[in-house]
Design a protein around this ligand. Structure first.
Ligand SMILES: Nc1ncnc2c1ncn2[C@@H]1O[C@H](COP(=O)(O)OP(=O)(O)OP(=O)(O)O)[C@@H](O)[C@H]1O
Ligand SMILES: [Mg+2]
Length: 238
């Protein structure tokens, strides 16, 4: 059984105007899978629909074998599927510690233990726990967003462009952390514009074009692939 399977998903923002037009993908337990594709392809829309933030028009979403269509985001987290949005993923006016405490508010007794686990995984955050999140560097802020998602011990996390706005050095740091996260047994699905970094980290990737997946392959095969370049350029593809 796949960790996540999405079949023929149709979703969008307005009735009768689908943005995701029948996209299918699957993520096996323990995998890192990347969703690539040109701007406006519908990557964020797809991941938001899976994360319960947009209504699903049709198609199937199964997480660990269970139907998750139109399950709201807060319930998905309790089912073990966490989401890190691209922007506004931390509370800038709260401290690092407050951001983490808020993310774990329903954990009860295990909360302080989980907080310690996150500070162990992200030593930068431990050092800066009293700092307002808005004052963190871009990379640290992204780490905080990931830590907030991991706090509730999800089986899988989905990230929308974890490298957005980061310098190459910070991208490397965030992606190293994601590799550590996967090593703890957590499955990862991420949307990425940074094709090179994504293909260096991921096991497999999908290329989404105009709301449909056009290419699926092991990441190693896609590095330097002409089919991939063609899909980005919108030419006579693959
Ligand atoms: N909130 C919204 N309301 C209406 N239409 C939207 C909204 N967000 C995105 N869209 C439209 O959906 C289409 C796909 O957008 P989406 O954000 O999913 O693309 P993307 O692949 O994530 O692109 P990018 O790489 O630029 O982040 C675009 O045409 C966009 O205009
Ligand atoms: Mg996007």
């Amino acid at each position: 059984m796949s960790a996540l399977s999405v079949e023929q998903l149709v979703a969008g923002y307005e009735p009768g105007l689908p943005i995701v037009k029948g996209a299918s993908l699957r993520v096996e337990t323990g995998e890192i899978v990347a969703i690539l594709g040109p701007n406006g392809a519908g990557k964020s829309t797809l991941i938001k629909a899976v994360a319960g933030l947009l209504p699903v028009v049709s198609g199937a979403i199964r997480f660990q074998g269970r139907d998750m269509r139109n399950v709201p985001a807060h319930r998905l987290i309790r089912e073990g599927l966490a989401f890190v949005p691209q922007t506004e993923n931390v509370f800038a006016n709260l401290t690092v510690a407050e951001n983490l405490e808020l993310a774990g508010f329903f954990l009860g007794r295990s909360r302080s233990c989980r907080l310690q686990a996150m500070y162990a995984l992200f030593p930068d955050l431990a050092r800066q726990r009293s700092l307002l999140a808005g004052r963190l560097s871009g990379g640290q802020r992204q780490m905080l967003a990931v830590a907030r998602a991991l706090l509730v011990e999800p089986a899988m996390i989905m990230l929308d462009e974890p490298s957005a706005g980061l310098s190459p050095k910070l991208v490397a740091q965030v992606f190293e952390k994601l590799a550590e996260v996967r090593a703890t047994g957590i499955t990862i699905l991420m949307v990425e514009q940074n094709v090179k970094a994504a293909l260096a980290l991921a096991d497999r990737a999908y290329v989404l074009v105009e709301g449909r997946e056009r290419l699926e392959a092991p990441a190693a095969e896609l590095r330097g692939s002409r089919d991939l370049a063609a899909l980005y350029l919108g030419g006579a593809a693959a």
